[in-house]
Write a protein that binds this ligand. Structure first.
Ligand code: UDP
Ligand code: MG
Length: 322
């Protein structure tokens, strides 16, 4: 049994993977290079198979059999990237954990630089992408607008263009493990937990292979999650709007009464009536929907279900720590 060299710090590379058979070889190749370039550290590559329907798991098993520092956990179904990352936090053993996507849109080579920053005392070294090649303008603009809005609405710092590609000290991982809500928005959590942050920049590449797994609907859901978990503004804004509308309605009413007293009555005013009823009805529906959104979150969290289940994990024959 080969024991990893002792006295070296362990770095976990955490990779959530959902149907990534096409990029896996290339990814592991790039990560091996990284490992070879940083011999001062021990590495483990921890894959979280998030209910893939292709050969991802099978490939991971083969890799694990060949090299024991390539570990995997297999979730019982597809839980989504946010939950897959939480599972990864739970099973990672490194003194530092680097989260990276399987699709090589983020250069693994940057990890060396992250490690340097970590050694100089930073606890959360995150990478900000400079520009994203091969991404539609619409997606770019909507994400920019969304983050600006989110920042305005929440009291905590949101680090807009920072994704999940980052190195986290064990302290941050332990903090994130305590945030066990199942409706997760991890990007907002990094800011919330605090710790010493450092920003690095990189240029995002196209997906190495395969297709992006986020549909617009999923992105929309994530966006709503982001807003409703980090801000109560949508809940409160309705009282302001209601106040303004009642205020205006009051003046309008006084004006109508005055008009009737001076000029007498007629049956006009039908359009204004319908318009105001529809307008107010619409506002009420929106505000009900927003309350429902928060209530739904409360409902899901009060069930207190575990966020994920593991079907199996790689057998640990070597103890990387100690
Ligand atoms: N992913 C996952 N579960 C999912 C969807 C995605 O674990 O339900 C993983 C995926 O394998 C990849 C990362 O999350 O490693 C980012 O996914 P993707 O590249 O599809 O999204 P994008 O780059 O558009 O954020
Ligand atoms: Mg991607």
């Amino acid at each position: 049994m080969v024991k990893e060299e002792q006295g070296k710090k362990l770095i976990t590379i955490l990779i959530p993977a959902y149907n990534e058979e096409e990029v896996l070889d290339q990814l592991i190749n790039r990560l091996e290079n990284l490992k070879d370039a940083n011999t001062r550290y021990n590495f483990e590559f921890l894959f979280v198979n998030d209910g893939s329907e292709d050969h991802t798991l099978q490939m991971l098993k083969e890799y694990n059999a060949a090299s024991q520092y390539i570990r995997y956990i297999d979730l019982s179904r597809n839980f989504g990237k946010e939950i897959a990352m939480l599972a990864g936090f739970d099973y990672s053993r490194g003194d530092a954990v680097v989260i990276i996507d399987a699709d090589l849109q983020q250069p693994p080579e940057l990890i060396s630089e992250m490690i340097e920053c970590w050694e100089s005392g930073y606890e959360d070294v995150y990478a900000v992408r400079e520009k994203r090649e091969g991404e539609g303008l619409l997606k770019k603009w909507t994400s920019k607008l969304y983050y600006t809005l989110l920042q305005r609405m929440s009291s905590e710092n949101v680090y807009p263009f920072a994704g999940d590609f980052r190195l986290l000290d064990r302290k941050c991982i332990e903090a994130l493990q305590e945030l066990r809500e199942s409706e997760r928005y991890t990007k907002g959590m990094y800011g919330w937990i605090g710790f010493k942050k450092k920003e690095l920049t990189y240029i995002a590449d196209d997906r190495a292979a395969g297709v992006a797994k986020w549909s617009w609907l999923q992105l929309f859901k994530l966006a709503i999650n982001g807003i409703t978990s980090y801000s109560t503004v949508p809940l409160r804004v309705w009282s302001y709007i209601g106040f303004i509308i009642s205020f205006l309605a009051f003046f309008y009413l006084t004006y109508e009464i005055g008009k009737t007293i001076i000029f007498g009555t007629n049956v006009e005013g039908y359009p204004t009536l319908i318009a105001s009823i529809l307008f107010l009805g619409g506002l009420q529906l929106i505000s009900l929907g927003i309350i429902g959104e928060y209530l739904g979150r409360v409902f899901i969290e009060t069930k207190g279900r575990p966020p994920y289940f593991v079907r199996e994990k790689s057998v640990e024959t070597i103890n990387l720590k100690e």
